[in-house]
Write a protein that binds this ligand. Structure first.
Ligand SMILES: [Zn+2]
Length: 197
């Protein structure tokens, strides 16, 4: 006799149960909710977790993109475009955000039970950050214009407004395409999760 394979309807955790447990009521060890072992024959046998390798690749790749995007947004947002050199603090914050997010993504991937879930979560997060890129550009350009305008440097303010506007539009186009790609991939992977596991 083959074990009964089933998923918890609440948290989607995979289980294998011996056939004599068919129809038994028990508490899901993952989410602590009441579940019932199905009485029908198993549809397919599935491992409890997809292989660690696949999840690690998802976490490393998806997390790297996430970390790059977030570190860039941080430096665009907090960087002083009017200064000649970027301050050490801004660089340090970006570096911390980069490694912090990358490490968090990898930990999330190790703890997740399926690689598809890791890809989907990280790519949808990447899409959100991509759409935030042009927003950060607009805020920074605005701050720079304000900086020069307050000092009465109208020519610099006008130049900054022009340059900032162009930069924000370019970031907007880039962010839109990146966001659209990440969102599409994230949603497709999510829809196919039963197969790609
Ligand atoms: Zn559960």
């Amino acid at each position: 006799m083959v074990d009964i394979s089933f998923t918890c309807p609440h948290c989607k955790q995979y289980f294998n149960a011996p056939p004599e447990m068919a129809g038994d009521h028990l508490v899901c060890p993952t989410c602590q909710k009441q579940i019932q072992v199905p009485t029908t024959a198993p549809v397919k046998l599935t491992a409890q977790h997809s292989p660690l390798g696949g999840r690690l690749v998802a976490g490393l790749v998806g997390g790297f993109i996430l970390a790059v995007l977030a570190a860039n947004i941080s430096s665009v947002l907090f960087g002083d475009v009017t200064a000649k050199e970027q301050s050490v603090t801004v660089t340090a914050v970006s570096v911390i955000i980069f490694f912090g997010l990358w490490a968090t993504s990898v930990i999330f991937a190790i703890k997740a039970n399926r690689a598809a879930k890791v890809w989907r979560r990280l790519f949808i997060s990447n899409a959100c950050l991509s759409f935030a890129l042009p927003l950060a550009g607009f805020i920074t350009a605005g701050k720079a214009v304000h900086h020069f305008a307050v000092k009465g440097h109208e020519l610099e303010a006008a130049t900054m407004a022009g340059a900032g506007g162009i930069a924000a539009i370019l970031l907007g186009i880039l962010g839109f395409f990146l966001g659209a790609i990440f969102l599409t991939v994230g949603l497709l992977v999510g829809r196919d999760k039963q197969k790609t596991g």
